[in-house]
Design a protein around this ligand. Structure first.
Ligand SMILES: NC(=O)c1ccc[n+]([C@@H]2O[C@H](COP(=O)([O-])OP(=O)(O)OC[C@H]3O[C@@H](n4cnc5c(N)ncnc54)[C@H](O)[C@@H]3O)[C@@H](O)[C@H]2O)c1
Length: 396
């Protein structure tokens, strides 16, 4: 069997998917079928062609429908603006493709629910990528909660501070359009909410929802805007419609939490930090030091009790055999998460048994649940921070 691969979107995350499919077969034992790297899709012919050349794909396409119609392609990542996800996913599933869609599932909860209905009935594997669960340090925090090392979770803090929108002369793009909660909350808060649940269990209620838009308008670009990279701008300006900053409190079955996200946090290019406090100890993971985590255990002698730095090694999830050099201390970063995610997705597509695979990628029902948390935060914010119940994730 040979699986033909394509990626739609040659932006920051699209390039990470394109690269990850190349790396995926080199992780762990050689159990994946042969892969054929067929196409990169991007509206911009230059960006598509450049990414195809760089990552060794045979061609590029400017219209995603060419990818849907191409019989050589089996597996497609959808890595474009959130408002484009539904149309592409529907077209690709109808064409019989396996689809890995980027988070958040969509820019609208109604669209996300329709996508989940479709995914449930699909004959192909249809999943959503929440990359950070694949970070060995994050998976380690979850393990320390699940194996009881940290005891009962008392509170959790997830902070995702970015500065990609801190410069007011940065151009308007799809990221700045949409209703309350479609800004920083959807962009990086979707990760933060997912990770809060990943380490501490399901959120049943949110409260204290709060948004601010710090920069009210931005210039219109003269070329294609991607999240990274400079582009010339015109004199024309457009309003920023959504949140630059968002925060909320969360109620878990065990404990409470706070999630705080920003895209205008000067000095924090990519500042994701997860802190989990239990009744037996605490652990902290910081994306800027992704190859380590901090741990304190209450059982340590009081004279030397304090946070210790644990440098990740082959005993951490994903690490051993999953990195070309997998000795303690070699370090990991965000890109590896995409590699493990691509591997997990391809293992499921190839029909490899779950017991011999990486944990499966999240279902679209989980993607809907994630968006229901974000919608509850928006409702809370609209009602002065009132408590809003979050429906449990659908499991079948
Ligand atoms: N998992 C992660 O860590 C992570 C990180 C960043 C972004 N994302 C997600 O990935 C998606 C894309 O984000 P990004 O930062 O790469 O965006 P981006 O703006 O950098 O790039 C998007 C690309 O899509 C192209 N495009 C626009 N319309 C298109 C169309 N109709 N057909 C084909 N291509 C089209 C653009 O030319 C651009 O190159 C979003 O859903 C985002 O939430 C995930």
């Amino acid at each position: 069997m040979t699986l033909g691969v394509a990626v739609i979107g040659a932006g920051m995350a699209g390039r990470a998917h394109a690269s990850a499919y190349r790396v995926a077969p080199t992780l762990y034992a050689s159990t994946l079928p042969d892969l054929r790297y067929v196409s990169i899709g991007d509206l911009s012919p230059e960006l598509g062609a450049e990414a195809a050349k760089r990552f060794g794909y045979e061609r590029s396409d400017t219209d995603w429908r060419a990818i849907a119609e191409n019989p050589d392609i089996d597996v497609v990542s959808v890595v474009v603006a959130n408002f484009l996800h539904r149309e592409m996913v529907e077209g690709l599933v109808a064409a019989g493709k396996h689809v890995l869609c980027e988070k958040p599932l969509s820019d609208s909860l109604d669209d996300a629910r329709a996508m989940a209905d479709l995914a449930r009935g699909a004959d192909t594997v249809v999943r959503v990528g929440f990359t950070f669960r694949r970070a060995p340090g994050v998976a380690m925090l979850r393990q320390l909660v699940n194996d009881g090392t940290l005891g009962n979770v008392q509170h959790v803090d997830v902070r995702y501070y970015c500065d990609y929108a801190a410069d007011p002369s940065g151009p308007i793009s799809w990221r700045f359009k949409g209703g309350p909660g479609t800004g920083a909350l959807a962009d990086v808060g979707s990760h933060a909410a997912y990770l809060a649940e990943f380490v501490a269990g399901d959120i049943s209620e949110v409260s204290g929802g709060r948004f601010t838009t710090a920069i009210k308008e931005r210039p219109v670009a003269l070329g294609v805007v991607q999240r990274v990279g400079k582009v010339e701008v015109s004199d024309q300006r457009e309003p920023v419609e959504n949140d630059d900053y968002a925060s909320f409190s969360a109620q878990f079955a065990s404990g409470v939490g706070v999630v705080e996200v920003s895209r205008v946090a000067a000095g924090h290019p990519n500042g994701l930090v997860i802190e989990v406090y239990g009744d037996k100890g605490a652990a902290v993971w910081d994306l800027e030091r992704a190859g380590e985590f901090q741990l304190v255990l209450n059982s340590d002698p009081s004279a030397i009790r304090g946070f210790r730095r644990v440098v990740l090694g082959p005993e951490a999830p994903y690490f051993g055999g999953g990195l070309a050099m997998d000795a303690q201390g070699v370090g990991v970063g965000q890109n590896e998460g995409f590699n493990f995610q691509a591997r997990a997705f391809l293992e499921e597509v190839a029909g490899l048994d779950e017991s011999a695979s990486l944990p499966r990628c999240a279902t679209f029902d989980e993607g809907v649940h994630n968006m229901e948390i974000l919608a509850a935060v928006a409702e809370s914010a609209a009602h002065g921070g009132a408590g809003v119940a979050v429906p449990p994730a659908r499991t079948s």
